[in-house]
Design a protein around this ligand. Sequence first.
Ligand SMILES: Nc1ncnc2c1ncn2[C@@H]1O[C@H](COP(=O)(O)OP(=O)(O)O)[C@@H](O)[C@H]1O
Ligand SMILES: [Mg+2]
Length: 304
Amino acid sequence: MPIIEINNLTKDYEVGFWRKRKVRALDGLSLTVEPHQIFGFLGANGAGKTTTLKLLMRLIFPTNGSARILDRDISDVSMHARIGYLPESPYFYDYLTAREFLNYCGELFGLNRNVRQARSEELLTRVNLDRKSWDRQLRKFSKGMLQRVGLAQALVNDPEIVFLDEPMSGLDPVGRREVRDLIAALRGEGKTVFMCSHILSDIEVLCDSVAILKGGSVARSGSLEELRAAETNAIEVIATCHAPALLKLWLKDLATVSTTPAGLRIEIGDEKDVDVILAQLRAVNGKLISVNPVKQSLEELFLG
Ligand SMILES: Nc1ncnc2c1ncn2[C@@H]1O[C@H](COP(=O)(O)OP(=O)(O)O)[C@@H](O)[C@H]1O
Ligand SMILES: [Mg+2]
């Protein structure tokens, strides 16, 4: 059974002061997320990712549609005790130290003093915030350090689902790697992670399933493999031969032939034509180098 279910969610923002008009940020968004996996919500800037999370977190309200988390309607905010949320631009209390801030978050969830102190230290260690910074005020933190505190904050109540809005943003390559490992570890603990990103490579390495958001609704969804396989049954045959012009002529209705450094590249739309190509190749004494499925990159899917 899905742990998150979004049905036909639509959100119009009202913009303009004198003359109000509506901007549709989400347009009938529907998706489901299965438990114990990392779900990637991918979309370009302005696609509506943050809006979706804010709606799920009940920070703003939908124009239309509904959603369920942990089998409860999102209007039932009691379920918030079982979820964690890292906002896109986490708002912090500037004059609290990292440790005080986490302690405070723990208090909001009703954790007793000893538990929340231990939890704060455990999480600050876990997100690799250097120990020297634990007792420094957040206003002195870099974007990357704040992002780590934000992640720790999202885990303070040991949530079953963690919603992360661009969790890698502001991090250097080492930091990205650490956060990536942390997210993978959350899955190892049986948690469900719903992460938004506009960066394909972050989603690609981590996520069990993905939805691509475009024009306010899901353009595609499925496992990465399914997404990649969806559009691709093309095959490329790489070969060399002494009569490329002749081969090109023979194959002109069947394949697209081009010259590459590796040899002649013969692309066909359908696997069943491979035998024909190979027969023609033999007829001109050609040499087969390789036969490969042509995978459409996720990048092309994402952009296209
Ligand atoms: N508070 C707001 N008022 C008006 N328009 C908004 C507001 N927040 C977001 N939008 C618009 O809604 C669309 C989706 O934004 P957002 O959810 O932030 O996208 P993403 O997180 O994918 O970058 C954008 O066109 C954005 O300009
Ligand atoms: Mg956003």
